[in-house]
Design a protein. Structure first.
Length: 202
């Protein structure tokens, strides 16, 4: 498969650690807000939301759609079973073509979200969206993007948002993607989706 070269903008903001840099930033940021999190409030919940954004985007390559995710129900929402959260996405940019998507989160991310939701219930915002704005309302997609750019700039000196994080994520898994597409091509299929239809669970 022919992969695209980095654009000049990507070269300028590309972190040397790749997508792993977001996990590092999340850890460092959590350390700076530890004292604030001792007292539940709108202000501390907003800081906690920013940590969850960093933690989430270090392992899940969404656009800014995390701002549209609700707890328990909604077009895009989170549910939990046996300690692990599943993200159910039905409304996003390519949803009409892709259809509904369920993403099972990692145990580590699920634990982080569980603790955040527990903290959130003490603040009692007047909505069911996962993330909150500085005033406690629903965080907008634009607001989420601003937070990512601000925190990546603060901790790495290079500002980037969900678009580059998606590029970093795909680059991290480039070998897997390339191999899958080679298999699809060898089966004379037009795309990977057609090849997946032939695969069976063991």
């Amino acid at each position: 498969m022919l992969f695209r070269s980095k654009s000049e903008e990507e070269k300028k903001n590309w972190p040397k650690e790749g997508i792993a840099v977001l996990k590092k930033i999340a850890t460092e940021f959590k350390r700076t807000i530890r004292r604030a999190l001792q007292t539940p409030s709108v202000e501390s919940l907003y800081l906690y939301s920013q940590y969850i954004i960093l933690k989430f985007y270090s392992v899940v390559a969404l656009r800014n759609d995390l701002a549209e995710v609700q707890i328990g129900s909604g077009d895009n929402h989170l549910t939990k079973s046996k300690g692990v959260f599943t993200l159910h996405m039905t409304k996003f940019k390519s949803s009409e073509k892709v259809g509904a998507v369920d993403i099972v989160l990692t145990r580590a991310l699920s634990t982080a979200i569980h603790r955040y939701v527990k903290f959130r219930t003490q603040v009692k915002p007047d909505h069911n969206y996962l993330l909150v704005s500085a005033k406690g309302g629903k965080l907008s997609k634009k607001g989420l993007g601003v937070i990512l750019h601000k925190l990546t700039k603060r901790f790495t000196g290079k500002a980037f948002g969900s678009r580059l994080s998606r590029v970093l994520f795909a680059t991290e898994h480039k070998k897997v993607l390339d191999e899958a597409l080679k298999i699809s091509k060898s089966m004379l299929h037009k795309d990977l989706k057609q090849s997946v239809a032939y695969a069976r669970k063991e």
